[in-house]
Design a protein. Structure first.
Length: 462
């Protein structure tokens, strides 16, 4: 089938039923090599396809065009066409070829980066992930590409609505999702939250990546833990002042928060060998000696400064500096737990500041940020530490509590639904049955009637 015939087939079969669309998909796959060999003609034919009505054919044609080596103006034209396609394409058609749709979205990301304008990919990729995801609770490979583009463009707030959506489902068959896609989404998403100063949310994203089931640890996981360790220390400085974040569920004590018990053992083992400099930093942070932390930073400075474009590198000196600055805040916060009043001079001496004026500046910033509650008598050079004035009886506090309760009910309902689905899954039931036979053997006489092969299978599976 030549290009003209294929165009006619696309226009004819796209307007018919699901069976014809499946046939069209097979025809496009068969013709793909031929299309690649005449990519320039495909480029010229692309405007003749309607992205809203002939989405499947347009998807394959755009993917061919996206692979053409183009000058800057060509990349821009491709992005314009791809942006229009992603905003108007038919959901039912593109979900027939999720792998091709994901590949097109990655071309959009790459072309935008090549033009040094990653912001051009933000809006179309958001459209793309919403089209591919069976529900808002599904994660797709495009989530990682979208987060990467927002991070590169420094459009952190553009990612907020996507990152704030609770992710509960992963369906590789429908989304072409791979484990690396989830790890990258958690990594980039956590970094975006750092850029927005949303430290509890950043920790939540990093924990999702670190606790994802795995037997093999890769560079993304190690890089995620390094960010997680630093953000744990930074957030421990900010948490005592209070936070209304739904993710602020852990108590921090000036150290790296322990990972959940369900963290894969392979991750826990690798952390000790691959992130030793960060473990040393956390130990120095918790030390009572003020000089231990600067010394640890100086000792591992080369590691913290190392940076390149891939996720496996560090480039964490900015976060390390925040940890160092936060050490002073943490020391002041500890004083609020011991003293009711204290002179500025005494505060400066106890937290390692040079002058009372410097101590006053720190306290004013912390009061303004809601990290402590205090009054300063400038004439006497005294500070009076106060209790948190929030009694949590206001209308907004009650509304926040009700919203949290409703979210908890919704989550419990969702978990029950997932549990029912898993318990009825044929593969799960079969495996559970085989394991049960293995556990009961040889007490159950009925098992003696089984074939040797089935008994061997139950032992292996159990």
């Amino acid at each position: 089938m030549n290009l003209t015939q294929l165009l006619h087939a696309i226009k004819d079969m796209s307007s018919r039923g699901p069976q014809e669309l499946v046939q069209l998909l097979q025809q496009l796959k068969v013709s793909e090599d031929s299309l690649r060999s005449q990519s320039q003609k495909v480029l010229e034919a692309l405007p003749h396809l309607d992205p809203a009505r002939e989405s499947l054919g347009c998807l394959f044609f755009l993917h061919i065009v996206g692979n053409i080596g183009m000058p800057d103006h060509g990349s821009h034209q491709f992005l314009v066409a791809a942006t229009r396609f992603l905003s108007t394409c038919d959901v039912e058609q593109i979900r027939l070829a999720p792998d091709k749709f994901v590949a097109l979205c990655r071309q959009v990301r790459d072309h935008a980066v090549a033009l040094r304008s990653p912001k051009l990919a933000v809006s179309p990729l958001k459209d793309g992930l919403q089209k591919l995801a069976p529900s808002p609770e599904h994660v797709t490979p495009i989530h990682a590409d979208f987060a990467f583009s927002c991070l590169q463009a420094k459009h952190y707030n553009a990612a907020a609505s996507v990152l704030e959506q609770t992710i509960l489902d992963v369906e590789p068959a429908k989304t072409s999702m791979k484990p690396t896609d989830l790890l990258l989404y958690c990594y980039y998403g956590g970094m975006i939250h750092i850029g927005r100063r949303k430290y509890p949310e950043a920790l939540h994203m990093f924990v999702q990546g670190l606790t994802a089931p795995t037997f093999v640890v890769n560079a993304i996981t190690i890089a995620t833990y390094k960010k997680y360790a630093l953000v744990s220390l930074i957030h421990s400085d900010a948490s005592p002042g209070g936070s209304d974040s739904q993710f602020d569920l852990l108590q921090f004590a000036g150290s790296v928060t322990a990972l959940p018990k369900f963290t894969p053992s392979s991750v826990s083992r690798f952390i000790k060998s691959e992130a030793q400099s960060y473990i040393d930093l956390a130990s120095a942070y918790s030390s009572k000696k003020q000089q231990d932390l600067p010394s640890a930073i100086e000792k591992h400075q080369a590691r913290f400064l190392e940076a390149c474009s891939c996720p496996s590198s560090d480039g964490n000196m900015g976060l390390v500096k925040l940890v160092l600055a936060g050490r002073t805040k943490r020391a002041i916060q500890k004083l609020t737990q011991t003293f009711l009043t204290l002179s500025l001079a005494d505060i400066a001496q106890q937290v390692g500041l040079k002058t009372a004026t410097e101590a006053e500046s720190h306290i004013l910033r912390m009061v303004g940020a809601g990290e402590i509650f205090a009054e300063i008598d400038a004439s006497a050079g005294m500070v009076r530490f106060l209790e948190d004035p929030e009694q949590y009886t206001s209308t907004s506090a009650v509304q926040h509590l009700n919203a949290t309760i409703q979210a908890s009910f919704a989550l419990a309902e969702k978990l029950q639904s997932i549990n029912r689905q898993v318990s009825l899954d044929p593969a799960y039931v079969s495996k559970l049955y085989a394991k049960d036979k293995g556990d009961r053997f040889p007490e159950d006489p009925s098992d003696f009637d089984a074939e040797p092969q089935s008994l061997a299978y139950s032992f292996q599976d159990g």
